[in-house]
Design a protein around this ligand. Structure first.
Ligand SMILES: NC(=O)c1ccc[n+]([C@@H]2O[C@H](COP(=O)([O-])OP(=O)(O)OC[C@H]3O[C@@H](n4cnc5c(N)ncnc54)[C@H](OP(=O)(O)O)[C@@H]3O)[C@@H](O)[C@H]2O)c1
Length: 317
């Protein structure tokens, strides 16, 4: 059996659980592609997976577990019915749910529709931060489908998803109220926020003081949960990004969980996001690029509050 190196963990735990592991090389099935990974990001979901938060979603997976949802690499092999050419440079998303193994590896298998060609001449490290979080932001905007001029509050606006939502919402003509740390005001205003509210216990009062009837929608990327509801007008929208963080309905507001997986098989949407990033319309941020043998450090850094930009693992270094 052929094996490969991956960044993973044999048991759930802290960053110290993370190490270089050896796992079987995955084979692409019909409609799938195998990518030789060059860059792959460490997202909050990878940290959650390592802590054991997603154990129920990978009931049949065997250790070592390997996270990883976003990647840039080279098409290495294709399954039946796939017309991508081996050797093409692509960016895309994968998932460790339900199989237990994602893109923190030399090779990853994902759906052929989950990857799109990388625009030429663009930094691959930056592009690796686009697929999953960019698709999430696009799902958010398309789910809300608000008309230009509507007002949306984005909590966690300085984060990866929040930042992309601010930028895409602003480009769609929405009024964006960004909630983030005071030190991030310049950043989120630069991304297109038209108003800023510093994070804290009185965010909802502050938003209501400026919008007495409440705002049209809240995108809760900071998991304020029920504390986010008072900002929303009667009959407005609240979107959250994690299971277990959906507050109960009230005043005609039906809070809803959204996932990037709605667009995981939409290479056209992904290609648009990659092109937008290449043209400067989607601002990518990278905190650090580390080699796979520094996986534990990458996880520790990724879960450090106040980190801005994504941690990237470079398998080609
Ligand atoms: N459903 C999906 O498909 C999907 C996809 C992507 C992400 N997600 C989830 O969405 C969430 C956000 O992801 P992300 O990648 O954007 O995370 P991120 O980059 O870590 O950003 C989260 C941001 O929220 C800030 N924050 C924390 N508490 C806050 C508060 N009370 N008020 C305002 N801001 C606050 C954080 O600041 P500090 O760093 O200072 O704490 C950080 O800037 C995560 O829970 C992730 O798992 C879900």
């Amino acid at each position: 059996m052929r094996t490969m190196a991956a960044v993973g963990f044999h048991a759930y735990g802290g960053p110290d659980a993370v190490r270089l592991v050896e796992v079987p090389v995955p084979e692409p099935g019909p409609g799938e592609v195998r990518v030789r990974v060059r860059m792959t990001t460490v997202n909050p979901a990878d940290v959650q997976y390592r802590r054991g938060d997603h154990a129920a979603f990978v009931p049949d997976a065997l250790p070592p577990f390997v996270g990883g949802l976003e990647l840039v690499g080279t098409v290495d092999a294709v399954g039946e019915g796939v017309d991508l050419l081996p050797g093409a440079t692509v960016a895309g998303s994968s998932h460790f749910i339900p199989g237990g193994r994602g893109s923190h590896a030399e090779l990853v298998v994902t759906g052929a529709g989950a990857v799109a060609p990388c625009p030429a001449g663009v930094d691959e490290v930056a592009l690796a931060t686009v697929p999953m979080n960019g698709l999430t932001a696009r799902v958010v905007l398309d789910t809300l489908a608000l008309p230009p001029g509507a007002t949306v509050v984005v909590t966690g606006a300085a984060g990866a998803v929040g930042g992309y939502v601010v930028e895409l919402a602003s480009a769609a003509g929405l009024e964006v109220v960004a909630v983030a740390s005071s030190t991030d005001e310049e950043l989120v205003v630069g991304l297109g926020a038209t108003a800023f509210v510093p994070r804290g216990d009185d965010v909802a009062q502050e938003v209501r003081a400026r919008h007495p009837d409440g705002v049209d929608a809240v995108v809760d990327a900071a998991m304020l949960d029920a504390a986010a509801l008072p900002m929303v007008r009667d009959g407005g929208r609240l979107l959250t990004l994690r299971p277990g963080h959906v507050p109960p309905p009230e005043r005609g507001i039906e809070p809803r969980l959204v996932s990037f997986r709605r667009y995981q098989d939409r290479p056209d949407v992904l290609a648009d996001l990659l092109a937008l990033s290449a043209s400067g319309g989607l601002t990518t941020r990278v905190a650090e690029v580390l080699t796979p043998h520094r996986g534990a450090e990458a996880h520790a850094l990724a879960e450090t509050p106040g980190l801005r930009g994504r941690v990237v693992l470079a398998f080609d270094a």
